[in-house]
Every structure is written in structure tokens, then in C-alpha cells.
Design a protein around this ligand. Sequence first.
Ligand SMILES: [Zn+2]
Length: 183
Amino acid sequence: MKRCEWANDNAEMLVYHDKEWGVPKQQLSKLFECLTLEIFQAGLSWSTVLRKRDAFRKDFADFDVAKISRFNDADIERLMNDEGIIRNKAKIIATVENAKVCMEHDLVRLTWEPFNFTQMDGLNDNNKDDIKEFIKPYVKAFKSAGVKRVGPTTLYSYFQSVGVINDHELDCFRHSEINSLVE
Ligand SMILES: [Zn+2]
């Protein structure tokens, strides 16, 4: 069975690749989780994020946007003291701010409406400059809504993980499979 090459890095990556990555997700908590984890991933490996995901879920109230939007300084301190997560204060604060944004803006629509709620085929064979060009207007839309720390790389990774873009390699068994799935 053929898989995207990165999936073979380790067991956690393989399971994530086979079960989750690129499956279209349209539930707010799932979208917010993916967005948050991609933001925390910046500068680190995805394996690190995956290993810490359970702690992230616990600390961030299972990514319940309404609950996170009410986090206060004491909550931020609590998270900064948890070695289970990635303790980056700026990113923790950005996550609380992003939850507030998602109380005002519908993240599901912000994510999916430009794509008519339909998965698009990936830019797999395209080069980095093409991806940069492609993602620009979406970065702009997210930033105008007030979403923090969403540069081109983070937003593109988010689109891949939530299944807006199907970027499984063409000969990966999941490429044709995930189109028909929705979570
Ligand atoms: Zn794949």
C-alpha cells in the first residue's frame, strides 16, 4: 500500500496520516483544534505536536471555543505551568484571542465558504511560489477577521489538515478515499 512519504516517519504520524489528515472537517471544535495545533507547530515538528495533543485537549477544554474565549490570566498561567503542552505564552494568548474571534466570526464558514464547502484537489506538484500565491487571499481573509498568527505556511497546513485541500500524494491510498468522507 502506497502512502505519502512523510507518513512513514513514525507510528504516530502513520496513524494520523491514515485516519485524520485531509479528511474534510466541518465541526467548529475540530477546526479550532487543527488551527491551534498548526499555530503551535510553527517552528517545531508535527510529531512533537501529536505527542502533546492529549495535553492540549485537556488544557484547552477539548477546544470548546466558548470556554477558551473566557480564559483569564490565571488560565494562561496554568497552561504555562503544564509541561505536557508547548509552553509558548504568545501562542497561548493568541489561541485565547482566536477563540474570541470565533465567537464573532463563523470559523466553519470562514474556512469553507470560499471553496463552496467542497474539497479541492491539492497543489501537490506545484512549487512553493505557487502555494504562496494561492494562499494569499485566504491569509488576508483570516487576518481581516482578526485571527492571529496565520501566515501562509500555517494557513496552508491548516487547509490541508481540515481537508479543504486534498494534498495526499497522487499514488497514496488516501488520495481517492478521503473525498467521500466528512467529519
Ligand atoms: Zn497520503
